[in-house]
Each structure stands twice: as C-alpha cells, then as structure tokens.
Design a protein around this ligand. Structure first.
Ligand code: SF4
Ligand code: SF4
Length: 286
C-alpha cells in the first residue's frame, strides 16, 4: 500500500440509503428491475432515524430508491434527520409534486444537501423536466444537478442535451448504462463520446477500478437498503461480501479506517468524488 495513495480522513461521512424499491417508472436500464417486489419500502422509520442520527461525527444521508419521494414517510424522516443536524441529499426522478420538492428544500435549508435529479428519456419530456429542475434549483440552498443514462440510443444526443442544460445554468452529468450489473460493452467510439462528456458522473472514468487501493468505504461511506441491510458499498452488496450487519436488528457496525478495495469495478461515485479513494484506473477501453 503506497502511503501517498491513502486518502485523508473524510470529515463528512456519507450513507446512501435505498429506502424503497417503489418507483413510478420502469426504465429499461434500471438496475432494480429484476427485484421481485417493486413495492417495498423501509418500515420502522424511528429505528432508521435513530441509527442515522447516532452515527459518530458528521454525516450526509443520501436518500434514494427506487424513487424516495414515494415513501409515505418521506417528509417526516427528512425533517427528523435535518433537525438532528444531518445533511440530507436525494436522488430523485423529479416526478414528485412541486410542493413536496419545495418541502424538501425548506426542511434541509439549514444544512442543505445535494439534489441529484435523474432524467429518464423513456418517461420524461426534456423541456418539462428542465423547467421543473430550474424551479427546484432556484428554491434549493444546496447544489442541484441532473443525470442521464447514456444508453446507445441516447448517447448521440447527449452533447446537445448537456449544452441545453448548461444554457439554463444546470449541469447534466452522464452515467454509463449497466446491464447484468456491469457497464455495457461500448465501442471505442462510444467510449470516446462518454469520456468527452466527463465519464461517469464527471469522474472522467467510465468503468473505474480501484482494486487494492485503500478506500474509506465501510467506515465513512456505506450503503443501506430498505430492509436495513448494510454493506460497504454497492459492489460489496452485489457480491454479498463485506456486509456490515443490519440497522433494524442493531447489528450494523462500521469499520474504523480505510481498507483495500477488493473489486474490479467501482460503480460508487460518492467515494470517488469525495476523495475517499485515490489512484485507480479506467478498466474499459482504458
Ligand atoms: S426512475 Fe430510477 S429507480 Fe425508477 S425505474 Fe427508472 S432507473 Fe429505476
Ligand atoms: S468498489 Fe469503490 S467504494 Fe467499494 S471499496 Fe472499492 S473503491 Fe471503495
């Protein structure tokens, strides 16, 4: 382990909470479309809230799903987490009523998190989405951006779409399409186009590989699902390795420091963007 690649202690930890499988869309590239029951949501909110509020140090709770705004206790839990001083962010398809989106911004105003709005071209009219996102961005004290999956069909039109968002003062980040839990086999030309658009979420990489590099995931980043199952990161959950326990039965435990990454593909851009892992390479089309 090279000392210069050990990332410094992340002052703010991040937990990504997939709080429900429920979604009003059925995107062809959705990584959850094979989930048996797309109508599940986190029960026992008080136990989840207590767990997130008791985490040691500063934490951001990133709500996602499915579509998190469809959770029947969405406002209640956002309010409780924000009142406890947690930064609250969300990944949303922006289909919620404007009043609910405004409530999210109002509840989190003291310590605003990120709103990452996913544009799904199979379901959403671009101009309608853009107008709604502009209104959200005007009302939200924290950062707001959009994302779009670079399917083969969408990729040729993405440069113009990115420019259209930029004209409206909004950033549109691209995400590689995944099938069978991995990035699809883009051609060299498609990879070049993806890289020109910034790679996965602006990281510059399409398929990141940090195997062997020390990473804070498992200590200052982790993921939780709607049943309370906690894992080091998404590749850990995929491989059913590095399980951290369960939030609801009281067995969830975090590590103390960075540990080497054990995976060939890192789909988690949060640890990459927050400097929780360094070095690495792009293992598709390098
Ligand atoms: S909006 Fe997101 S969660 Fe819902 S189907 Fe599409 S990709 Fe899946
Ligand atoms: S896959 Fe990514 S988040 Fe998980 S341990 Fe490796 S670098 Fe960290």
């Amino acid at each position: 382990m090279k000392a210069e690649l050990v990332p410094p202690y992340p002052l703010e930890g991040v937990v990504s909470w997939n709080m429900n499988t429920t979604c009003n869309y059925r995107c062809s590239y959705c990584t959850q479309r094979f989930v048996d029951d797309r109508k599940q949501w986190a029960r026992d909110l008080p136990t989840f809230i207590r767990f997130f509020c008791d985490l040691p140090g500063d934490w951001e709770v990133k709500l996602s799903g499915g579509e998190p705004t469809l959770h029947p206790g969405f406002e209640e839990l956002v309010g409780a987490l924000a009142a406890a001083g947690r930064r609250v962010s969300m990944v949303s398809n922006l289909s919620a009523k404007p009043a609910l989106l405004a409530a999210f911004s109002a509840l989190t105003a003291a310590r605003p998190g990120l709103i990452s709005a996913s544009l799904h071209l199979e379901y959403t009219d671009v101009q309608t989405f853009l107008s709604k996102l502009s209104a959200v961005a005007a009302a939200h004290a924290g950062p707001v951006h959009a994302t779009c999956v670079a399917t083969r069909a969408a990729l040729p039109g993405l440069p113009a779409l990115v420019a259209r968002f930029a004209e409206a003062g909004l950033q549109l980040k691209v995400q590689p399409e995944k099938q069978d839990r991995d990035v699809i086999a883009y051609t060299a030309e498609e990879l070049g186009a993806l890289r020109a658009l910034g790679g996965h979420n602006g990281t510059g990489r399409v398929r990141a590989n940090f195997r062997g590099q020390p990473c804070w995931a498992g200590a200052r980043y982790f993921i939780v699902d709607h049943r309370g199952e906690a894992f080091r990161c998404y590749p850990a959950r995929r491989g059913k390795t590095e399980r951290l326990g369960n939030v609801l039965d009281g067995t969830a435990r975090l590590g103390l420091g960075p540990r080497p990454c054990a995976y060939d593909y890192c789909s988690c851009t949060v640890p990459q963007e927050r400097g929780m892992v360094m070095g690495g390479r792009c293992s598709q089309g390098a």
